[in-house]
Ligand binder design. Structure first.
Ligand code: SF4
Ligand code: SF4
Length: 210
């Protein structure tokens, strides 16, 4: 198994490799998440239309479980818990994520439109691509910090979740609820996610059920 083979298997399923690292305990951990091809792959699945709860989580477990089986790896998921696996710490360990001024992570390919779907755990040491240090926020005018209409995501204070939900019940029903969080969309790197508005709307309904 190689990193390139894992990337190819992920791409065939509609996912992207979001990073990898070598844990101190040995082996290799590779994170999978959504990219531009995800929505079409998900929409074509049974989970998208069966009406059962948590369709994206169920899709992720089926698809990533198949990739793991084909790659002789084991897998874990951010939706499993408690206890929850340390996906944020794993993400930062890959070197492909940085912390944005508003506290949320930003990724070198999908910006702030991060949706980690699972992790593959290999007992063997896979060679990983060398990358320069990812530091997108130094020197950036930080549009992410001023885009939220109610200041729920800013560089000045922790995420104001109640203010966010209040807005989503009102004017946000026509903006964030339809197209996704304005602060996340403001990051220029987020364009790399190729995020469809339908996908963002599904994510927002999960975060803020009506
Ligand atoms: S979803 Fe809308 S209200 Fe909530 S933090 Fe993002 S921009 Fe602000
Ligand atoms: S908009 Fe700029 S400061 Fe904000 S997360 Fe993106 S790169 Fe970093």
């Amino acid at each position: 198994m190689s990193h390139a083979a894992v990337e190819a298997a992920a791409a065939a399923a509609g996912l992207i490799v979001m990073g990898g690292f070598h844990p101190q305990t040995g082996g290799t951990l590779i994170l999978l998440g959504t990219g531009p091809a995800f929505w079409a792959a998900f929409r074509a699945s049974a989970e998208a239309t069966d009406g059962a709860p948590h369709p994206v989580d169920r899709w992720s477990k089926r698809v990533i479980g198949s990739i793991a089986a084909a790659c002789a790896a084991t897998c874990s998921f951010p939706s499993d818990g408690p206890p929850y696996a340390p996906f944020i710490a794993w993400a930062m360990a890959t070197g492909r994520f940085a912390q944005s001024p508003v506290g949320m992570m930003v990724h070198d390919r999908v910006g702030m439109m991060i949706s980690l779907r699972g992790a593959l755990h290999f007992t063997q040491h896979l060679a990983l691509p060398a990358r320069a240090r990812f530091d997108p926020c130094t020197g950036c005018p930080a549009p992410c910090a001023s885009a939220c209409p109610v200041g729920a995501l800013s560089a000045a204070a922790p995420y104001d979740v109640p203010a966010c939900h209040d807005f989503l019940d009102g004017d946000g029903a026509k903006s964030c609820m339809v197209g996704g969080c304005l602060a996340r969309r403001a990051c220029p790197l987020s364009r790399g996610a190729g995020r469809r508005s339908e996908q963002s709307a599904l994510h927002m309904r999960s975060f803020h059920p009506s």
